[in-house]
Write a protein that binds this ligand. Structure first.
Ligand code: PAF
Length: 278
């Protein structure tokens, strides 16, 4: 496995007579990330992963400071998953001073202001900015993103449209712990009690699917909100049942796909999840 610290090194190590699959990450890797590398390898691509904890997408500086970093372990995991090249840039490699970084900022319209965007102002602008810069550096044919960050996936799809880019964006299924908790780099910051309590997110999503069928969308919303009331370990930030393209709330009787999205805090650890309900 090659390690590239600069954009020039990426060019040096990447064969351009093969398709390139790209897995951008912020490190603290888990099986979810490994599944993206595996997907790219199974598609037959020269597979590049990046590890860069992007400061511009953290609306809360404390969250950035606390973001787990374990590069040695990450490199081992990537090697084990069969990754061909890891891009491990410094901050100044991504954001060199004296360059026009504004040209990487995109407006994602309503999508960046709803749900995740509403609770994390500026987050998706930061994600769009860094992913645009990474795409320019890696020049992938296909890029793989986990469906756990469901709104991010839609943002990236909009990004490639805005760039008129031919990069194919593949959304891959959320990888879950045996009790249903979606794998996330943040899970390792949970105390054992919080970890146990956190299974409620997936339970609530699954229950919403059932209530939606039996009693409708409003009842499903109510049921989930009630299930968090009085919980000593979790604080619900939002739950909604939405149209997965516009992210607008579904109304009673609406046809089309219903998608549930949720965010909750366990202490100061923010967890998100989502589930297609029908
Ligand atoms: O999903 C992530 O880990 C990050 O948002 C990404 C896409 C690597 C951009 O920093």
């Amino acid at each position: 496995m090659f390690i590239a610290k600069t954009k020039q090194e990426i060019d040096q190590f990447t064969p351009r007579d093969r398709k390139v699959g790209f897995v951008p990450t912020m490190g603290a890797l888990h099986e979810g990330h490994a599944s993206l590398v595996t997907a790219s390898k199974l598609d037959g691509h020269f597979t590049v992963a990046s590890i860069f904890v992007n400061p511009t997408q953290f609306n809360d500086p404390k969250d950035f400071e606390k973001y787990p970093v374990d590069t040695e372990r990450d490199l081992e995991a990537l090697e084990a998953a069969g990754c061909d090249l890891v891009f491990l840039p410094t901050r100044s490699e991504i954001y060199p001073s004296g360059t026009d970084l504004e040209r990487y900022i995109h407006d994602f319209g309503a999508l960046e202001n709803r749900l995740e965007g509403a609770f994390r102002p500026g987050h998706f602008r930061g994600v769009g900015q860094v992913v645009h810069i990474l795409f320019e550096a890696v020049r992938p044919d296909v890029a793989y993103f986990g469906e756990k960050d469901f709104q991010q996936l839609q943002v990236i799809k909009q990004l490639v449209k805005q760039l008129n880019s031919a990069i194919e964006i593949k959304g891959m299924p959320t990888v879950r712990e045996p009790d249903g908790l979606a794998m996330s780099s943040r899970n390792r910051r949970l105390t054992p009690t919080q970890r146990t309590a956190s299974t409620l997110l997936y339970q609530a999503l699954s229950r919403a699917a059932q209530v939606l069928v039996e009693q409708g969308v409003d009842a499903a919303r109510e049921q989930v909100k009630r299930s968090f009331e009085g919980n000593a370990h979790l604080r619900l930030e939002y739950f909604d049942i939405i149209d997965p393209v516009t992210f607008l709330p579904r109304k009673e009787g609406d046809s089309g796909t219903h998608h549930a999205v949720i965010a909750a805090y366990a202490g100061d650890v923010r967890l998100i999840d989502n589930l297609r309900l029908d």
